[in-house]
Design a protein around this ligand. Structure first.
Ligand SMILES: NC(=O)c1ccc[n+]([C@@H]2O[C@H](COP(=O)([O-])OP(=O)(O)OC[C@H]3O[C@@H](n4cnc5c(N)ncnc54)[C@H](OP(=O)(O)O)[C@@H]3O)[C@@H](O)[C@H]2O)c1
Length: 292
């Protein structure tokens, strides 16, 4: 399938593009960031998007481009809205004009106003500008398009620079690692996420999907599981409570993936089973810095 990937130079877009290429798809990578082999374009502009879709005739737009810094989005609401909702609006128009399917990368942060084990059809209740724009994008896609999938994911790990690497790096150098005991969501391994996305692409699944890991846990529990998996000293991990009067993240966001797992016939692994598969990059980063 010919897939135009937006945000293809980003943390996930870049790895997902590589994965989909390996599974036989033809990728048309686009990002505002200049990057080798990536088409450089600002997707907020309709003329740019229409020109790209006309020229490359994708079967599918896989839409990951976003402004993902929560604090920046909160402090620059109009700019964040112009990107996080604005690009979706323009892409939706292009999908309507050219009859293209869209898969939209959304977030667990469309929820968070209160604690609940969120199902796919629960009404969103975002607490941040980032979450508000993701929820508004979802609604627009649902109202305007007939051929779409919305993928909500959360707290991804499985690549250099993720939470796993940060914990390993601190503990291997015997530094204290401060981990929040009251900040909870569902760590999701990209080794589970990418095959789920590929299935949605190949099956043409329609609707909202919770492509998340099966466990909700605090950052403190998460850090302790990492330490145990790599035989590192848990006593360097310090549990601290985040002050939600100054931090904008929703405290607890638990996403229920059961129905999505059932539809896609997948069985995402538990954190303790996936962590050993992260050792190459998590330990490599520290080895490069001469910490081993
Ligand atoms: N990582 C996670 O744990 C996670 C969890 C839930 C959902 N998601 C969603 O998954 C997607 C990918 O996340 P990520 O972590 O890979 O984010 P990322 O690294 O920030 O990647 C997003 C990419 O989109 C680009 N972009 C921003 N504005 C653009 C524009 N006007 N035109 C074209 N490209 C533009 C960004 O460029 P700049 O860097 O220059 O802004 C960046 O390269 C996002 O939609 C995010 O909301 C991620």
């Amino acid at each position: 399938m010919r897939i135009l990937v937006t945000g293809a130079a980003g943390m996930i877009g870049n790895k997902l593009s590589e994965y989909l290429c390996e599974t036989g798809h033809k990728i048309i990578p686009v990002d505002v960031v200049q990057h080798d082999g990536v088409i450089d374009a600002d997707l907020r502009y309709q003329a740019t998007v229409f020109r790209l879709v006309k020229e490359y005739t994708p079967d599918l737009i896989l839409h990951l481009a976003a402004m993902t810094n929560l604090r920046f989005c909160e402090q620059n609401k109009e700019t964040a809205h112009a990107t996080n909702y604005g690009i979706t609006e323009v892409l939706t128009r292009a999908c309507l004009e050219f009859g293209t399917r869209m898969i939209f990368f959304s977030s667990d942060y469309v929820f968070g106003k209160y604690d609940h084990f969120w199902q796919e059809d629960d009404p969103p209740c975002p607490t941040t500008q980032y979450g508000i724009d993701k929820a508004a994008s979802e609604l627009l896609i649902r109202e305007q398009l007939s051929n779409y999938a919305i993928v909500r994911t959360a707290q991804l790990y499985g690549f250099a620079g993720d939470f796993v690497s940060l914990v390993c790096e601190a503990l291997l150098s015997h530094q204290e690692f401060i981990a929040f005991a009251n900040l909870v969501n569902c760590p999701t391994w990209i080794g589970d996420l990418f095959p789920m996305i590929n299935q949605i692409i190949n099956n043409g699944n329609h609707g909202i999907f919770h492509c998340v890991g099966p466990e909700a846990m605090s950052r403190y529990q998460y850090a302790c599981e990492i330490a145990e998996a790599f035989y590192l000293d848990t006593s360097c991990i310090k549990a601290v409570n985040l002050d939600f009067s100054t931090d904008i993240r929703p405290p607890v966001v638990r996403i229920n993936g059961a129905s999505t797992y059932d539809t896609l016939q997948v069985n995402p692994g538990m954190l303790k089973d996936n962590l050993p598969l992260c050792s190459s990059y998590a330990m490599e980063a520290t080895r490069e810095q001469g910490m081993l």
